[in-house]
Design a protein around this ligand. Structure first.
Ligand code: SAM
Ligand code: SF4
Length: 448
């Protein structure tokens, strides 16, 4: 890939493209805020931007390859390119390779260093290429601007990094060790988001339920303590959190599902496999029985909870019988929705060099069977919701005239018509289930 023409000095417009998890979406928003503070404005829809940030994901192979094709696509007809920054986990893991392979890239910035983006843009405008993949001890959050914008739903990163070292996963290497952001900072950021219009906040972390902190009284609190305090913010209507690890599912957090009304009845708790042998090889440090016990306790605290999870098929050495155990677990739980992936060997992780890598056609077949079961259960969950009346947070207009889209408490997409506005929490009867959404009928506006 060559880039003969000069890149624009002093960019006036930017575009941030985020791939992968919700934490990347959060980081992408924060980078946009940083660039806006420099007087750079979002490029209008359909127009070229002077500066493009590709905020990448390294969790699976295709995601990394996609970055290179995106860099190629940014090339204009005259051979020039915008100023390109590659951020996120691919930048962290393969920064040097990107610089060598893609001369059009002028900046490589890791997930713990993106607060330095403005300096890097300045250097790039002067023709210098820069890489910053440091994982500084001081937190980047202190260097980021205060939150001033929000839609009706907002993400709030409370915890970053991971110490669990599942044998297939790059996160501990790309995002570093587990850190929890201070309690006071989070309360302040949440209040700002609510002032800016957020009605729902989703607390984010690679292991969000590993968050710990100290409240204003100097008491040690876990995620449940933080949730209880956030629930006191008057105009905040809903709280969610993701992604949790089974081993950090504390009794306090389970209890909060029963007694914090603003905490939505939805739990994303990845299990990855239904086989104890595979879980051990994955270094998950929990077994199927323990996982099921946690779900039972959560259901006791909040009987209508919608359950979600992540699965990997074709982990090295996974046999047909072990895969059948995963299908059995799916049947036992009855998930409301799930993510499922084919195992992807990640360089530098222990599983990548394990023997007995499962052939691709076998993984394809297993994923198809798993997804058929998960889709069946998602549709069943949606169908069972028909006839319920619930609150829906209005997020945006739908495709059809007068149509609105929002989410049920169980994170289902609901569409309906009526006289409402974005950010309203309205009462809707769920009338017809589809595989991925539900048609609703507006009852009365609940609270504006
Ligand atoms: N911390 C969360 C947990 O422990 O479940 C998940 C974070 S990870 C970013 C999201 C999901 O990606 C994982 O739950 C797993 O299912 C999937 N994943 C991670 N590494 C993978 C790999 N090498 N191949 C396929 N899927 C992978
Ligand atoms: Fe990756 Fe496991 Fe950490 Fe989740 S818990 S981020 S899957 S290492």
């Amino acid at each position: 890939m060559s880039n003969p023409a000069p890149t624009p000095a002093n960019p006036k417009t930017y575009r941030v493209k985020s791939f992968g998890c919700q934490m990347n979406v959060y980081d992408g928003d924060r980078m946009a805020e940083l660039l806006a503070e420099q007087g750079i404005t979002p490029a209008p829809e359909g127009e070229d931007a002077d500066l493009v940030v590709l905020n990448t994901c390294h969790i699976r192979e295709k995601a990394a390859e996609k970055v290179y094709s995106d860099i190629g696509r940014l090339r204009r007809e005259d051979g020039s390119s915008p100023l390109i920054a590659v951020a996120g986990c691919v930048a962290q893991a393969e920064g040097e390779e990107i610089m060598a392979r893609a001369p059009a890239v002028k900046m490589v910035v890791g997930p713990q260093a993106y607060h330095r983006l403005p300096d890097m843009v300045k250097a790039a405008s002067e023709g210098r290429r820069m890489t910053d993949t440091d994982m500084p001890a001081e937190t980047k959050f202190d260097a980021l601007p205060k939150r001033r914008r929000s839609g009706p739903t907002a993400f709030l990163t409370v915890q970053e990094g991971c110490d669990k070292f599942c044998t297939y996963c790059v996160v501990p290497y790309t995002r570093g060790a587990e850190i929890s952001r201070p309690h006071a900072d989070l309360i302040e950021e949440a209040k700002r988001l609510v002032e800016a219009g957020a009605r729902e906040i989703t607390l984010l972390g690679q292991n969000v339920n590993a968050w710990t902190g100290e409240n204003a009284k100097g008491q040690a609190v876990g995620l449940d303590g933080l949730i209880r305090e956030l629930a006191e913010i008057p105009d905040l209507a809903r709280i969610r959190y993701t992604t949790s690890h089974p081993n950090d599912m504390t009794p306090g957090l389970i209890e909060a599902h029963g007694d914090v009304a603003k905490l939505m009845p939805f739990l994303h708790l990845p299990v990855q496999s239904g086989s104890d042998r595979v879980l051990k090889a994955m270094n998950r440090a929990h077994q199927v029985e323990k996982y099921l016990t946690i779900l039972e306790e959560v259901r006791k605290a909040r009987p209508d909870i919608a359950l979600s999870g992540d699965f990997i098929v074709g982990f090295p050495g996974e046999t047909d019988a072990e895969f059948e155990e995963t299908l059995k677990l799916v049947d036992t739980v009855g998930y409301a929705q799930c993510f499922s992936f084919k195992y992807s060997p990640r360089p530098g992780t222990p599983a990548a060099t394990m023997g007995e890598q499962v052939p691709m056609p076998v993984m394809d077949e297993r994923l198809k069977r798993l997804q058929t079961a998960l889709n069946r259960d998602q549709y069943a969950f949606n169908t069972a919701s028909v006839g319920k009346t619930c609150e829906v947070l209005v997020e945006r207009r739908g495709k059809h005239p007068g149509q609105w889209l929002g989410k049920s408490p169980w994170l289902q997409s609901v569409h309906f018509t009526g006289d409402v506005a974005v950010g309203d929490v309205v009462t809707v009867e769920l009338v017809e289930a589809g595989p991925n959404s539900i048609a609703g009928a507006l009852k009365v506006p609940a609270s504006a």
